[in-house]
Write a protein that binds this ligand. Structure first.
Ligand SMILES: *Cc1c(COP(=O)(O)O)cnc(C)c1O
Length: 456
């Protein structure tokens, strides 16, 4: 059906033209979301018995629907954690789709999984974890964090003494929202150390010492952050590692955003202690320039992940035949059928070399330093704290929360920039401030200047 009914050549040309235009454009617009009803009014019925035709549907996409997105790779998109996938990675994302690879088992996906594993070896080498450590690509940081914590919990509950217990984990309020979300999914309780700044070993030890006997019995893991999403703060990984070893707790590090910075010599020492983790989350779709979606979870002892996640079923036995032997990504995380989503990363790394990656990450850190300086020299604004990794928190002197909202909205409406407010907690107060997060190495100093100048 789909193989014969369309003019394949024409559609291929259309798609390639669009793709090339899109990824080579430096001036693409920041789009505007629209209500579903508005979009419906623009495009009408598209799913019909006979189909509306590829050319027609593609035109609807170009004319209306593409414009209702806010592309995350725009150089003045500095909100949330933006992205800047390489052209090589995007092109190979097309190859990944065209190759129809089922990436769960080596038997079906050997070639693709081999490439993923080459990229993964490099990622593992960045962490400094001991020999034997390895990981898999996941749909994102949330899935990686969940896979890690389920592994930790299953390992803990292997001990008969803890069989019926509900687990407990400790993290800080600086941790990403997905930690709470995955604790809910895994049905474990979560305790938050009350700091949005660095979680020090001492804060953690105090929290542990204050647990009730029953809570202490239920505690099985600590989650530290290697680059908080809000402010780029790296917890005291060394101090926390020592406590986890002493207290016999699983040590998970969520470096979904910050993991890319392991490449950067300028900040690598801040991650000291990461090599002592039991599991680490890194999102290549954040600071490793991969297209969505591509996260990763790395384990010091992958065998434990396999015990937790390996699926059994008579329909799956064939994959365990001789000749199909190899690494099965499904065994190490929560997903069975999976895209070989590490393949675009592999191609891009192979194309450019890891030095270029390192330079691009260093540039993001440099942009944060430059922005910090500009803010210090501009009388209208001031830094909330020293920039960390590629995050900059700053306030517009005299602004109320609604001023930030209005400014964000105006800039977005003009298609000029997306810079959103956030909150920063000191003591018991939450202050509304503004925030930059730099990922795209093509963001310029002038982009930053123009954004700051718009804060009038
Ligand atoms: C983005 C982020 C996540 C969630 O990752 P997704 O890929 O969005 O699922 C988790 N932790 C941190 C620190 C993050 O920055």
């Amino acid at each position: 059906m789909h193989k014969i009914d369309i003019d394949l050549v024409e559609m291929t040309m259309d798609v390639m033209k669009y793709t090339i235009d899109r990824i080579s454009s430096t001036q693409h617009k920041i789009g505007q979301p629209q209500k579903a009803e508005e979009l419906k009014a623009l495009v009408g019925e598209t799913i019909t018995k006979k189909g509306v035709g590829g050319e027609y549907a593609f035109n609807l996409w170009k004319k209306h629907l593409a414009k209702a997105n806010v592309p995350i790779d725009h150089p003045r998109h500095l909100a949330f954690v933006p992205a800047a996938p390489t052209r090589a990675a995007i092109m190979f994302d097309l190859v990944t789709s065209a190759s129809s690879i089922h990436g769960a088992y080596w038997m079906e996906g050997a070639g693709g999984i081999f490439c993923e594993n080459e990229a993964m070896k490099w990622m593992v080498s960045l962490t400094g974890l001991p020999k034997g450590a390895f990981g898999v690509f996941t749909s994102g940081g949330t899935a990686a964090n969940l896979s890690a914590i389920v592994t930790a919990r299953e390992h803990w509950r292997e001990n008969e003494a803890f069989k019926g217990e509900k687990g407990l984990i400790i993290t800080s309020i600086g941790a990403h929202s997905s930690i709470k979300a995955m604790a809910k999914v895994a049905d474990v309780d979560i305790l938050l150390v009350d700091t949005e700044d660095v979680m020090h070993g001492k804060d953690l030890q105090d929290t542990i010492d204050n647990l009730t006997t029953h809570q202490r019995r239920r505690l099985f893991a600590i989650v530290a952050t290697g680059g908080t999403t809000n402010a780029g703060i790296i917890d005291d990984l060394e101090g926390i590692a020592t406590i986890c070893e002493k207290e016999n707790l699983w040590f998970h590090i969520d470096a979904a955003y910050g993991g890319g910075a392991l490449m950067a010599d300028s900040v690598r020492p801040l991650f000291k202690g990461i090599e002592r983790a039991d599991s680490i989350t890194i999102d290549p779709h954040k600071w490793m320039f991969s297209p969505y979606d591509c996260g990763a979870v790395i384990y010091k002892n992958p065998e434990l992940a396999k015990q937790a996640h390996s699926q059994q079923g008579s329909y799956l036995d064939i994959f365990k035949d001789e000749g199909a032997h190899g690494f099965n990504p499904t065994d190490y995380q929560i997903q069975l059928t999976r895209r070989v989503r590490g393949l675009p990363l592999w191609f891009s790394l192979a194309t450019h070399g890891t030095d270029r990656y390192k330079e691009a990450v260093e540039r993001g850190i440099e942009l944060a330093q430059i922005a910090g300086k500009m803010i210090a020299e501009n009388p209208n604004v001031e830094l909330v704290r020293t920039p960390s990794l590629s995050c900059v928190l700053f306030r517009r002197i005299g602004w109320k929360p609604e001023d930030y909202t209005h400014w964000t909205y105006q800039n977005h409406k003009k298609g000029f920039a997306l810079v959103t407010p956030t909150k920063w907690k000191t003591g018991n107060t939450f202050e509304t401030v503004s925030r930059f997060c730099f990922i795209n190495p093509d963001t310029t100093e002038n982009d930053i200047k123009m954004i700051l100048d718009s804060m009038v």
